[in-house]
Design a protein around this ligand. Sequence first.
Ligand code: FES
Length: 100
Amino acid sequence: MKVVRSDWSRALLVCGKCSKKLDGGFGPKGRESLAKALRRHLGLEKGRRAAMGVIEVKCLGICPKRAVTVIDADDPHAWRLVDEGADLDAVVETLGLIRR
Ligand code: FES
């Protein structure tokens, strides 16, 4: 099996379908997806050279109303439902993420 190196120290899986249903839901105008808003908030690049992975995945089967399902790969036993427009500082603190 081949190995592809990554610089990620952590990975967050964010439901892209939840974000699509909210037509974004985050960012200054409420039009940005949670994954994109979090990456911007944390100063992260996209891709495997970023310090942390914040990636959109397909529907995770929870489908909350006016929220986005998030899985922290470090804590897969507790999936998070982030309310539309939630304060990103609070999200970062709750998930114990480090701002760069
Ligand atoms: S639409 Fe996001 S969990 Fe189903």
